[in-house]
Ligand binder design. Structure first.
Ligand code: PNW
Length: 461
């Protein structure tokens, strides 16, 4: 793709917003500040053997104490939107009890600074830092967490009031349910397909209940949810390979999209829920509750799946894709990022076009897209991340292609603004357009950030 910012800028429609994204546990640090309660990531990251080098988010990039500096940096880059998440344990430390006003004050200050800088705040209410006190009662596998979440959502909304116009509920329900409770690679580290499928349903229901209540309180704002979606390509057109692709598509994409946009689970998901005894979690009325009208659908896009039929299925229980014994993964065609995810920008175009063709999807917003690459530090100390610049350009270009094919996409927030705590990988994987020196916590915009700033500036001319 053409890396000239003016060329790409000219292809983006007027009104399209460019920004960047982060999440609370990955950047804030200050784990004990201002009455913050424990989250499942505090507990999980401290348990032996869970996270690379035992690293935690205790300090992270200390964003909590560097708010002014960080918003000034965003303004410098010209960001039009900033997507961040609110840490539930800062607002209601034990999950469903007393509200902590100092936690609310932090996000009020953040939002005020953003607005002063002309940056639109995009809030995510849940990016995986569940209060530990709720996990002690079963976490997302417990239906009561749904109501605790809805109350928390209203508390945040009341505090941020008129200032925030774009609200998203749950970040990546697939990760929260299946990495958290399925393969146990994320907090709370549980490996049980029944628990994972119950958690999945409750995450959707929490979205539905919270959205309905928030919209009732403030109908003029936009409400959405943020699934991570992957195109799934069969290795060949052999019916067994196509069936394998259907299974993964159901688990990864349609498990969320069908209830949200069509008001039902795909048949394959219903069968899998029954197989693992999770169907009892789905009560009459739940699907209507989940299918609240959406004002926007956030799309997190990183990679894609290429799959084929597995000739010798062996039952597996500690998996992020329960009921996928008959599937085997094959390598995609693109080069690999530092996460070993293949780079195929056309997958983003494909998924956006599919959303507008197969579903009457609401306006789409690419809420996350980006890549981890090892640092390339030049002699003058600058970070020459040509690979990331190329990645961003190719994917923004894929968004333009989707728009040209008729998809309604209204914005893009790159993942991530900063290098940060990459969950089970600790600080070893760098997704930022801004480099963090983990000794000094100094922030240095990488070449990709300079390019991104030029792209945003080129659209203003
Ligand atoms: C997303 N997977 O996580 C999250 O929203 C971010 O917090 C995270 O930093 C980013 O993507 C990069 O990983 C994912 O295993 C984590 O398929 C894992 C997977 C997908 C997304």
């Amino acid at each position: 793709v053409d890396l000239d910012p003016t060329v790409l800028a000219a292809r983006l429609p007027a009104g399209f917003r460019l920004g960047a994204a982060t999440s609370s546990y990955q950047i804030e640090g200050a784990e004990e500040a201002d009455g913050r309660g424990l989250s499942i990531w505090d507990t999980f990251s401290r348990a032996p053997g869970r996270v690379h080098l035992g690293q935690t988010g205790a300090v992270a990039i200390d964003h909590y104490h560097r708010l002014e500096e960080d918003v000034a940096l965003m303004a410098d880059l010209g960001l039009e939107s900033y997507r961040f998440s609110v840490a539930w344990p800062r607002i209601i430390p034990d999950g469903d009890g007393a509200v902590e006003p100092r936690g609310l004050a932090f996000y009020t200050r953040l939002v005020d600074l953003l607005i002063q800088a002309g940056i639109e705040p995009v809030v995510t209410l849940y990016h995986w830092d569940l209060p530990q006190a709720l996990q002690d009662r079963g976490g997302w596998a417990n239906r009561e967490t749904v109501h605790a979440f809805a109350r928390y959502a209203r508390v945040v909304q009341e505090a941020l009031g008129e200032k925030v116009k774009v609200w998203t509920t749950i970040n990546e329900p697939w990760c929260a349910a299946y990495l958290g409770y399925g393969n146990g690679v994320h907090a709370p580290g549980i490996t049980d397909p029944r628990t994972a499928m119950r958690a999945a349903h409750h995450l959707l229901l929490a979205h539905g209940v919270a959205t309905q209540q928030m919209r009732e309180a403030a109908p003029e704002f936009s409400y959405g949810i943020v699934p991570n979606l992957y195109p799934v390509y069969p290795a060949t057109q052999d019916p067994a390979d196509v069936a394998a692709a259907d299974t993964i598509d159901a688990l990864q994409n349609r498990q969320w999209l069908d209830p949200l946009l069509l008001g039902r689970y795909p048949e394959e998901i219903t069968r899998t829920q029954r197989r693992f005894g999770a169907d009892s979690a789905i009560l009459p009325g739940d699907l209507e509750q989940i299918a609240q009208p959406l004002d926007l659908l956030g799309v997190n896009y990183y990679s894609q799946h290429h799959v084929a039929a597995e000739p010798n299925p062996v039952p597996r229980y500690n998996t992020e894709h329960p009921g996928s014994e008959h599937v085997r993964w094959v390598r995609g065609n693109g080069p690999l990022t530092d996460m070993e995810w293949t780079i195929e920008p056309h997958g983003l175009r494909d998924i956006l076009i599919r959303l507008s063709r197969d579903y009457s999807a609401p306006p789409l917003f690419v809420t996350e897209n980006g890549a981890a690459f090892p640092d390339v530090v030049a002699d003058d100390g600058s970070i020459q991340d040509a690979d990331r610049r190329q990645f961003l350009a190719a994917h923004i270009s894929a968004v333009v292609e989707a728009i040209e094919a008729g998809a309604n996409v209204t914005g893009y927030t790159a993942w991530s603004l900063f290098d940060n705590y990459e969950w089970a990988f600790g600080y070893a994987k760098r997704f930022g357009i801004v480099h963090i020196d983990y000794e000094t916590l100094q922030r240095t915009p990488k070449a990709s950030a300079h390019w991104y700033r030029d792209l945003i500036a080129a659209r203003r001319r």
